[in-house]
Design a protein. Structure first.
Length: 246
């Protein structure tokens, strides 16, 4: 039994560490939250080393309880995240809000590009819907995220008069708070365009802020990095709950 546990700890520990390296080498150095995989990998490797040692019964029980609680919490949070990953907008939105994401030196990140593409398709299919491009400029971004969204929509044939700009927000909660003031009517039907892993939290934040008629469109996201962003999103749910945003 100890050998099986040791093998599992080592296997998952090494896998998590390799995934951390891939995120920072294969995607981008300093991917937000990627340190979680490194810490988890180190902890599991240490657990694998300790599994072969004779430890007091109390220590073993405490570790197993802590590990079980952690796994159960992650599964519960990921269940919430997963529940929004296939969301689709109805056809009669008065406005859509495109939530900002990172802008790289050479243009929108993959996550943001998917949001732009989904928004452009919806706007082309529904010519009476207006769009709010939402997102400020980070210290390491060449332009405001809202401006990158605007440029991307213009390039796909969306007229500039259908695009409203919100360029002050730094978080999802701020995206929704500041965008609310730009809605065409107080009781407008609103669609939120964001990546699939982000839908559940975005909708929960919107409802907390008083959006009464709100739906979401789950834009695609790259499969390789998806596990990381799903786990990070679970941590985001906890953080927003503690801040009183949910």
């Amino acid at each position: 039994m100890h050998r099986l546990a040791q093998a599992l700890y080592w296997s998952f520990g090494i896998l998590f560490i390799l995934y951390f390296i891939w995120l920072n080498v294969g995607i981008r150095m300093g991917v937000s939250g990627s340190w979680m995989w490194l810490v988890a990998g180190i902890v599991l490797c240490v657990a694998g080393f300790m599994a072969g040692r004779h430890l007091p019964a109390g220590v073993r029980v405490a570790w197993r309880c802590l590990l079980g609680l952690g796994v159960a919490s992650v599964l519960a949070l990921e269940g919430m995240v997963f529940s929004g990953m296939n969301a689709r907008l109805p056809a009669d939105m008065d406005a859509i809000i495109v939530l900002g994401a990172r802008v790289n030196a050479d243009g929108p990140s993959l996550a943001l590009q998917h949001r732009i593409d989904s928004a452009a398709q919806y706007l082309l299919d529904h010519p009476d819907t207006v769009c709010i491009a939402s997102g400020g400029q980070g210290s390491d971004e060449p332009m405001a995220e809202a401006e990158a969204i605007r440029q991307g929509l213009l390039a796909q044939g969306i007229p500039s008069e259908r695009i409203l700009m919100e360029e002050q927000s730094k978080t999802t909660a701020q995206n929704l708070r500041y965008s609310k003031a730009l809605l065409p009517a107080e009781q407008a039907k609103v669609g939120i365009i964001t990546n699939n892993f982000h839908v559940f939290r975005a909708l929960a934040l919107a409802r907390k802020q008083g959006y009464e008629q709100v739906w979401a469109e789950a834009a695609e996201f790259g499969r390789g990095a998806l596990p990381h962003f799903m786990v990070r999103e679970g941590a985001g749910l906890v953080a927003d709950f503690l801040r009183g945003n949910l």
